[in-house]
Design a protein around this ligand. Sequence first.
Ligand SMILES: [Zn+2]
Ligand SMILES: [Zn+2]
Length: 285
Amino acid sequence: MTHEIAFNRLADLLRDRGEPTRYTGGKLRTRGICHGGDAKDTVAITRISNGVAVYCHKCQGNTDFLAEIGWTLADLHDEPLERSRDRPADDAWMPCRDRGHKRVAQYVYRDEKGAVVHGVTRCDAKDFWQWRPDATAKSGRRWSLNDQQGNRLVPLVPYRLPELLAAKQADRVIWIAEGEKDVHALVDHGLAATCNAGGSGKWTAEHAHYLDGADVTIVADRDAKGREHALAVVESLRRLAHTVYVVQAKTGKDAADHFAVGHTDSEFVQVWAPLPHPQDPAVTA
Ligand SMILES: [Zn+2]
Ligand SMILES: [Zn+2]
């Protein structure tokens, strides 16, 4: 099971699970185990340039399918990328491990100098555990960002802050997504990307100030919460960023879905230009 080719790994995994597959029209098709298994052939699996694309037509994406088979986005690549950061050794503890949950992803937030500030660990039952490093704790971590009175004990930093600052220095566009999974999808496609911990509604001025003078593209999730979140990010950047555009996935709900079906970064659909380049016409929502 150590195929370098993600397509082959996935084909083997489905065969080992006894899932029916059919190769047709250049795609491997299987049933929708992501949504209970009805609708045969609804999931299309395609070999792409350096990995595999998975798309369930009923779910309009691959999030649930990947969760069902215990894969992260990194697994979709031939010779998985950044595995060490995404998926650390299985011996590290998390609070729901005793209930039999397995870790599927871990996201580490770092300060300007690369030191760990806080992190998020996600399990296969979709618990998101926020933690901060603490050398005096048995696991090396405390599973909260606050003290018992609810006061926050760590600064809030955007995800991949050192990479964000380097990209800004190089005048690259900074992409802001709603969650870490989408950030990794963007990064895996060569873009500089960030988000805040905790998902929609948790973006703050503290995150925004790192984007002073930056060219920003926000990928808004295609739902009400996603629009609200994008609006909050836009407002925080109005007097700060150089340019701000808002785009949405061409297919599916978010950046991960968009790339999973093989779209490129230039195919995102622009929905708003709240702070356009001086040469561009302003576009209202
Ligand atoms: Zn599905
Ligand atoms: Zn759990």
